[in-house]
Design a protein around this ligand. Structure first.
Ligand code: IPE
Ligand code: IPE
Ligand code: MG
Length: 244
């Protein structure tokens, strides 16, 4: 029997992913098409991010991750980077209004690059939402998949040096616990809008067996209907994890 979205009464596939990851791409091109500066695209993209978060919660997705800013995005012009960080600041203030929403918020990435006050806001939000159960929303900011793996390897190397563990004790499970995603399950469905078909250093460990869904829609134009298409496509895929 099909599941229904209680709000829209639309039929949804039964086997929904437990963890969806979005690469929020195409903001710059969205703005360019309208002859506007790239930062307008980021502002519009932030609205899509909020709508899609809510929709995922409504239909019962347990874990949803958004790629907001990569370790490579610092290569962009300073005014664009500043505009993105400013949007992020606004978001953190705004999101406190939703603290009773039963959503756990986690930030993926190296926080140490941000101003102290912003770091504190990020840590406080994680702390204040840590017992929320309905959904976990992960926001990847100053995130790089390789950076994350090196970070985990470095912690484990220190533990070996201090004699807490032996090199031979390190398993995939143990390694995974030292990633920014720690207790969050692997990605089931990775969605990239904007027509690009690459992973761009996003969740490279956690998406080892993810299904990929690509669409030409630019992120600011991405809607719950577009997500439904991805969910239907996902439900038809046969996931084998190396088996038969
Ligand atoms: C994604 O949109 C947002 C970030 C990388 C911060 P882009 O800014 O990459 O948009 P395009 O790819 O240039 O259209
Ligand atoms: C990936 O998009 C990063 C985010 C969406 C935050 P990019 O636009 O930076 O990726 P590339 O450069 O096209 O691979
Ligand atoms: Mg891009």
């Amino acid at each position: 029997m099909a599941l229904f979205n209680k709000k829209t009464s639309k039929a949804l596939p039964e086997n929904l992913p437990e963890h969806i990851a979005f690469i929020m791409d195409g903001n710059g091109r969205w703005a360019k098409k309208r002859s506007m500066p790239r930062k307008f695209g980021h502002r519009e993209g932030a609205k899509t991010f909020k709508k899609i978060t809510r929709y995922c919660k409504d239909i019962g997705i347990k874990n949803v991750t958004f790629y907001a800013f990569s370790t490579e995005n610092w290569r962009r012009p300073k005014d664009e980077v500043d505009a993105i960080i400013e949007l992020f600041r606004e978001y953190i203030i705004d999101v406190r209004n939703y603290i009773g929403e039963d959503v756990r918020v986690l930030f993926l990435g190296d926080k140490s690059i941000f101003d102290d006050d912003l770091q504190k806001k990020m840590i406080d939000l994680e702390e204040d939402t840590k017992d929320n159960k309905q959904m976990t929303m992960l926001l990847a900011i100053n995130y790089g998949g390789r950076d994350e793996i090196v970070h985990a390897a470095s912690i484990l190397a220190s533990k070996v040096k201090d004699g807490e563990i032996n090199p031979g004790d390190i398993t995939e499970d143990m390694f995974g616990k030292y990633l920014y995603t720690a207790d969050v399950p692997d990605v089931d469905l990775m969605i990239r809008p904007s027509g690009e078909q690459r992973i761009s250093n996003f969740l490279i460990w956690q998406s080892a067996y993810a299904e990929f869904y690509f669409t030409d829609v630019l992120w600011p134009d991405f809607t719950p209907d577009e997500l439904d298409k991805a969910l239907i496509e996902y439900s038809r895929r046969s996931r084998r994890f190396g088996g038969v």
